[in-house]
Unconditional design. Structure first.
Length: 254
């Protein structure tokens, strides 16, 4: 029984791991060996090493990444650069679904919390969208208006989620897709919808602001889906129309 007790001593494993970490603390790229190798080199059982590693991780001395290994120090914060990778893992229709869930609620909250200065700023921004004569100008002022509404909602966490969506939407390929879905007529409609949203917020009409924002985003969604589904149909073999059910769903929602 004595050898078994020795090999299962987690306290010994912890002290030896602490020593190993101290020796390599200045090398942020260094990875601890796998548990199996550590156990063999220490003459201890893997269970003891695993328990000791859990203590170090709880203390913030090491952090683990699945498939990569165990590193010294605290787990690094997610960098803003990683947000760009989200664009590769989603699509414009998913983003519109997210906007439809988030932004009507933000408009409702903005109607309850905005200040007179906020209202004046929203009116100026809405007017700027009407005077934008190219896609870049439209994107600039449209995004500024929607973000100011999100700021007026007064919820930092929801504003952060809004900014994540905006980061994805700034991708050049996504901007080009939206430009294709935009026309002079749709700009005019969007401008009037912007005015309706702002005036509902100014009038402290929370349900009205929510409805106006939802109506606005639904219109954008329909235009965007017509482009996305049209592109999908263009790539189908002759005689096939698998996009027809989706197009019908778009017409129904419109």
């Amino acid at each position: 029984m004595q050898p078994e007790r020795a090999t299962s001593n987690s306290s010994i494993a912890l002290e030896r791991l602490r020593q190993l970490v101290r020796e390599h603390r200045d090398d942020a790229e260094w990875r601890l060996p796998p548990e199996r190798e550590l156990a063999l080199s220490m003459g201890l059982g893997r269970r003891a090493v695993r328990r000791a590693m859990e203590v170090l991780e709880a203390e913030g001395v090491v952090w683990r990444q699945q498939g990569k290994g165990t590193f010294i120090g605290r787990r690094p914060a997610i960098q803003p650069l990683l947000m760009g990778n989200l664009a590769d893992r989603t699509n414009p229709l998913e983003v519109m679904e997210a906007r439809l869930q988030l932004e009507p609620a933000l408009a409702r909250m903005a109607a309850l919390r905005c200040s007179p200065d906020d209202i004046e700023a929203l009116r100026r921004l809405a007017q700027k969208t009407s005077s934008a004569h190219d896609n870049d100008g439209w994107e600039l002022w449209d995004s500024a208006l929607h973000r100011r509404i999100a700021e007026c909602a007064g919820n930092g966490l929801l504003l952060s989620l809004f900014d994540v969506l905006q980061t994805i939407r700034r991708e050049p390929d996504w901007r080009r897709l939206r430009a294709r879905a935009r026309s002079d007529e749709s700009r005019d409609i969007s401008f009037r919808e912007h005015e309706a949203i702002v005036e509902a917020i100014a009038g402290r009409d929370a349900p009205g602001a929510e409805r106006a924002m939802r109506r606005h985003l639904n219109g954008i969604n329909v235009n965007l889906q017509s482009i996305v589904l049209g592109d999908a149909e263009d790539h189908l073999p002759d005689g096939m129309d698998e996009a027809a059910p989706a197009r019908e769903a778009v017409r129904t929602r419109a």
